[in-house]
Design a protein around this ligand. Structure first.
Ligand code: DSN
Length: 414
């Protein structure tokens, strides 16, 4: 860093953060490590350019190369997911969702989505979010016994609530979602079907998760979770909604797109189109299953009893600790996770009864089944013995050795 190191304050913090990422086990299910090519794309001169509008139709001159970049990102996204139309401008997943509501709903229309405590997302109609303030909301959850979606119940709720849009997709649901069933439910109440695939987009791209594209009117996503791209969002839709969606993103809710990030999205889609990406996603799934089984073997309880995605949701009730304490203990030994509500949680979001763990970032480091078993055993031991400092010291040492065997960003020198 020839220039940034002149800003000593920022440079020092950046070095610390790189070090933290290198020496920690990143198990937050929504995080990942981008490729160096994605990082490079983000720090390019593309950030200098204003390009309000869309390729071939801009409000500023000098966009001939920006148009090429954005068109490539659009084409690659369409190819990767087999979509009719793609908008790659949303700055985030929430902005992608916001644009869909602006395009398809009027203020006061009803959104039916998954309950936040059962794995939904804030931008799916939660009262504290714009989506719950500008629109009416109704929620479905999981079955109390199976802790999995009960499509019969979702149909009943949809018929009772008559929503204008139904959202399928979640942030903390460890099971696959049946989009065909959601389509049938949406059709029966004449609602739009939106799928927010932010968490499992990488699995969809690798054809290891049911594909929402044939069933949903609109699909929203982020690029930085299982897709391992830059922090950002995108929208896929059928052609008949393309104009509405594009207008909703710009000028509806955003101004100038972040073309450096869009270039990085194009790089990410390009990487996901390569055969190695499928192998990577297969390993993400295998790793999650092994991690889940290891935790179960240690007597820990998981929401829905396991996983068929990239994440597991640990129930802490029987351990006598809350999510906040669990998160803190693990982060003390350099394991990063996040506290999470679990279905029918009696506690609050700041100290809920669950802990969410994911395998995308560990898999990007090259870790496999053997490491998942080691890590699962370490986590279980730490959570069952929260006061034992010796166990924590031992775990920290084990992790320091493990991360050295699976280095990241070797070529990056800050
Ligand atoms: N905040 C993200 C997550 O961690 O799942 C969802 O947007």
């Amino acid at each position: 860093m020839k220039y940034l190191n002149k800003d000593k304050q920022i440079y020092k913090i950046l070095q610390n953060e790189l070090q933290r990422q290198k020496q920690g086990l990143e198990m937050i299910a929504s995080e990942n490590y981008t490729s160096p090519a994605v990082l490079e794309a983000m720090s390019t001169v593309l950030t200098n350019k204003y390009s309000e509008g869309y390729p071939g139709k801009r409000y500023y001159s000098g966009n001939q190369f920006i148009d090429e970049i954005e068109s490539l990102a659009i084409e690659r996204a369409k190819k990767l997911f087999g979509a009719e139309h793609a908008n790659v401008q949303p700055h985030s997943g929430t902005q992608a969702n916001m644009a869909v509501y602006l395009a398809l709903l009027n203020p006061g229309d009803k959104i039916l989505a998954m309950n936040l405590a059962h794995g939904g997302h804030l931008s799916h109609g939660a009262p504290v979010s714009f989506s719950g303030k500008f629109y009416k909301n109704a929620f479905y959850g999981v079955d109390k016994k199976t802790e999995q979606l009960d499509y019969k119940e979702i149909l009943e709720i949809a018929q009772r609530e008559a929503p204008k849009i139904i959202i399928a997709g979640a942030t903390a649901y460890p099971r696959q979602i049946d989009f065909k069933k959601f389509r049938e439910i949406a059709d029966s109440v004449k609602a739009y079907l939106m799928v927010d695939m932010a968490h499992f987009a990488g699995l969809v791209a690798a054809k290891l998760h049911p594909d929402p594209i044939p069933f949903a009117d609109v699909v929203t996503s982020t690029t930085h979770k299982t897709l391992a791209g830059p922090r950002g969002g995108f929208i896929l839709c059928k052609n008949f909604l393309a104009e509405k969606i594009d207008k909703a993103v710009f000028p509806g809710i955003q101004g100038g797109p972040l073309e450096n990030t869009i270039a990085a999205k194009a790089v990410c889609f390009g990487e996901a189109l390569k055969p190695a990406f499928k192998k990577y996603q297969e390993q993400v799934l295998t790793n999650a299953k092994v991690l889940a089984q290891t935790l179960i073997n240690n007597g820990l309880e998981l929401v829905s009893g396991g996983t068929d995605t990239h994440l597991v949701l640990l129930k802490l009730n029987n351990l006598g600790i809350g999510g906040q304490q669990a998160e803190e203990i693990l982060s003390k030994v350099d394991i990063y996770t996040n506290k999470n509500l679990i279905p029918f949680d009696t506690k609050k979001a700041f100290d809920p009864s669950g802990l969410r763990l994911g395998t995308p970032a560990l898999t990007t480091r090259g870790m496999k089944e053997k490491e998942m078993k080691t890590i699962g055993n370490i986590i279980a031991e730490l959570l069952k013995n929260t006061k034992d400092i010796k166990i924590q010291e031992k775990a920290k040492k084990q992790i320091a050795i493990l991360v050295k065997q699976f280095p990241i960003y070797k070529e990056i020198k800050y």
